[in-house]
Design a protein around this ligand. Structure first.
Ligand SMILES: [Zn+2]
Length: 501
C-alpha cells in the first residue's frame, strides 16, 4: 500500500472511532434532555465532560496532522478525499490551536454563564448576568485569536457554525433583507392581524397526530423516535438512530405542529446523510445554516402552505372529529404576522428581524462600538426601530435567549441563513416540479423528499453550504427569493401588494 492510501485508511479508521465516541456522547445527551431524573445531573455532567475531553484529545492527535500532510501532497485525491482534507483540516486546526487550558476556562465559564443567565432571567436583572457575559465574550475573543489572529474574531466565530461563510457576503445580504422586511412589516401593521385558533386540542391525541404528520412528510420511524422535551431538538445517535422531540400545548395546536414539522425536517436531513462514507467527515451536515434550511423548508414553505392544510384536514379530523375548523382557518392562523418581543414565538416574517437585530448587536460588540453593560438599551432601541415594540424589562428583552450564556456568539445568523437557503430551494423546487402543490394537497411528499435527498442530504459535507447551494439553485438571489415568497403568501392573505421597486 502506498503512503497516501495507508494515510487515508488510518485517518478514516481514527475518525470512525471519534464518530462512535461522539455518538455515545449523543446518547448521554438525549437521555439528559428527555428521561434523566434531576438528581442524576451531577454525574451526567461528569460523563459529558470526560467524553468531550476524550473526543478533543483524539481530534488533536498529532497523527491526524501527519495523515493530512501526506494526503495534501498527493495530486490524485478523489472528491471525497479532497473534502475530507478540507473538513478535517479545519477541525484539527481548531483542536490544536486552542490551548487546553482555554478550553477548560471556557467550559467553566459556560457553566457559570448558564446559571447566572437563568437567575437573571427570573429576576429581570441584567446586571447579575453582565460580569460573566463580559468574561465569556473575552474568552471567545481569545479563542478566535488563537485560531486565526489575522481575521476579525466575529468572522472566525461565524465560520465555526457556517464554514465557507464570511462577513463580506453576510453583511450586505442581511442589510438588504432588513430593508425589504421593514417595508412588509410597515404595510402589514396597518391591517388587522389574522385570528388565532379558538379551539383547544388535548395533547395526548395531538402526539398521535404529530406522529402521523412527521411520518407522512417522510421522517423514518424505523430509524428514529419522537419524544417530548421541554426544549425540542433533533439528535443523531449514529446511523439508523436519529431522534426528534417536540413540545405540545392544549391551546396552541399550530405551535406544536410547526415545531414537530421543523424537527422532522432536521431529522430527515440527518437520516439522508451518506452513511456509506462513515469515517470521512463527509457524512455530516455541511453547516448549521443548511441544517436550518431543511427544518424551515418543511416547517414554513411546505408546512404553512394552503395545500398542506388541505391535506392536514384528513389526519386532523380522524383524531378530532369534533373539530369544526376548516383548512382555511388553519392556513390563516398559521400565517398570522404581528411584530412582537420574543424570537421563539414570532412569525416567519418578523423572525428574521429578530435575527438581524442580534447580528447587528454582535457585530457592534466585536468591533468595540458596544460594551456589554450597554446591551439592554441597545437591544431595546433596535426593537423599537425595527418592530415598533419596546421591551419593558430585560427578561423580555436582552435576556430572552440562552445562546450568549453558552458563549455561542455568531450562532444566530444560522437561522436566517437557513431561511434564505430554504426560500431559494423552494423557488427552485417549484420550478422543477410544477405539480408540487397538487402533490402536497394530496399528501404525496415523496417527490419533495427525494429531491432534497438527491441534492442536499446525500451530498453530506462534500462542498461547503454556499457552494452546495450554487450547484443546486444556480445564481439565484436568495434575498429576493425570500422576500417574494413572503410577499406572495403573506401579502395575499393580508390583502397587500408588494410595491414595485
Ligand atoms: Zn432548527
Amino acid at each position: 500500500m502506498g503512503t497516501v492510501e495507508s494515510a487515508w485508511s488510518e485517518l478514516c479508521q481514527h475518525l470512525r472511532e471519534i464518530e462512535v465516541l461522539s455518538s455515545v456522547t449523543a446518547v448521554v445527551h438525549w437521555d439528559r434532555q428527555t428521561m434523566m431524573p434531576p438528581a442524576g445531573a451531577s454525574n451526567r455532567g461528569e460523563q459529558s465532560a470526560l467524553m468531550s475531553r476524550i473526543v478533543h484529545e483524539r481530534l488533536a492527535d498529532p497523527r491526524v496532522g501527519e495523515w493530512l500532510d501526506q494526503l495534501r501532497e498527493s495530486e490524485e485525491l478523489t472528491e471525497v478525499q479532497k473534502a475530507a482534507v478540507r473538513n478535517i483540516g479545519r477541525s484539527y486546526a481548531n483542536a490544536v490551536k486552542v490551548p487546553g487550558e482555554l478550553v477548560e476556562r471556557l467550559g467553566a465559564a459556560r457553566g457559570e454563564g448558564f446559571g447566572a443567565w437563568v437567575a437573571a432571567k427570573e429576576s429581570g436583572d441584567f446586571n447579575g448576568f453582565a460580569p460573566i457575559l463580559e468574561t465569556l465574550f473575552d474568552l471567545v475573543v481569545e479563542r478566535s485569536a488563537a485560531i486565526d489572529s489575522d481575521r476579525p474574531a466575529y468572522e472566525v466565530l461565524l465560520e465555526d457554525f457556517n464554514p465557507g461563510t464570511n462577513l463580506a457576503v453576510l453583511e450586505p445580504t442581511f442589510d438588504r433583507l432588513a430593508v425589504g422586511l421593514r417595508e412588509f412589516i410597515q404595510a402589514v401593521s396597518d391591517v388587522e392581524p389574522m385570528p388565532k385558533l379558538s379551539e383547544t386540542f388535548d395533547v395526548e391525541r395531538q402526539q398521535k397526530l404529530m406522529r402521523q404528520v412527521a411520518g407522512s412528510v417522510g421522517y423514518d420511524f424505523d430509524g428514529g423516535r419522537l419524544d417530548k422535551a421541554p426544549h425540542p431538538f433533533t439528535i443523531s445517535l449514529g446511523p439508523g438512530d436519529v431522534r426528534i422531540t417536540n413540545r405540545l400545548y392544549d391551546d396552541d395546536l399550530l405551535g406544536g405542529l410547526g415545531g414537530t414539522v421543523h424537527e422532522a425536517g432536521h431529522g430527515m436531513y440527518e437520516q439522508g446523510l451518506p452513511n456509506n462514507l462513515r469515517g470521512t467527515s463527509v457524512n455530516s451536515a455541511a453547516s448549521l445554516g443548511l441544517h436550518e434550511s431543511q427544518s424551515r423548508f418543511w416547517e414554513n414553505y411546505i408546512g404553512r402552505s394552503q395545500p398542506f392544510f388541505e391535506w392536514m384536514m384528513g389526519p386532523l379530523k380522524s383524531f378530532y372529529p369534533e373539530s369544526s375548523l376548516s383548512a382555511q382557518d388553519l392556513y390563516r392562523a398559521a400565517n398570522r404576522v404581528t411584530p412582537s418581543l420574543v424570537r421563539v414565538t414570532s412569525d416567519e416574517v418578523t423572525y428574521n428581524i429578530h435575527i438581524i437585530i442580534r447580528f447587528e448587536i454582535e457585530k457592534d460588540l466585536f468591533s468595540g462600538r458596544l460594551k456589554t453593560k450597554d446591551l439592554p438599551d441597545a437591544w431595546n432601541d433596535k426593537y423599537e426601530h425595527y418592530l415598533g415594540v419596546r421591551p419593558s424589562n430585560a427578561t423580555e428583552g436582552v435576556l430572552q435567549d440562552v445562546h450568549w450564556s453558552g458563549a455561542a456568539f455568531g450562532y444566530f445568523p444560522s437561522y436566517t441563513i437557513g431561511n434564505l437557503y430554504a426560500a431559494s430551494l423552494g423557488a427552485t423546487l417549484s420550478e422543477q416540479q410544477p405539480d408540487l402543490w397538487q402533490n402536497v394537497a394530496a399528501g404525496h411528499f415523496t417527490p419533495i423528499l427525494s429531491w432534497l435527498r438527491e441534492n442536499i442530504h446525500s451530498k453530506g459535507h462534500l462542498l461547503d453550504a454556499p457552494d452546495r447551494m450554487k450547484v443546486v439553485v444556480g445564481e439565484r438571489d436568495s434575498v429576493e427569493d425570500l422576500l417574494s415568497y413572503l410577499w406572495g403568501r403573506h401579502g395575499a392573505i393580508h390583502g397587500l401588494k408588494r410595491p414595485s421597486a
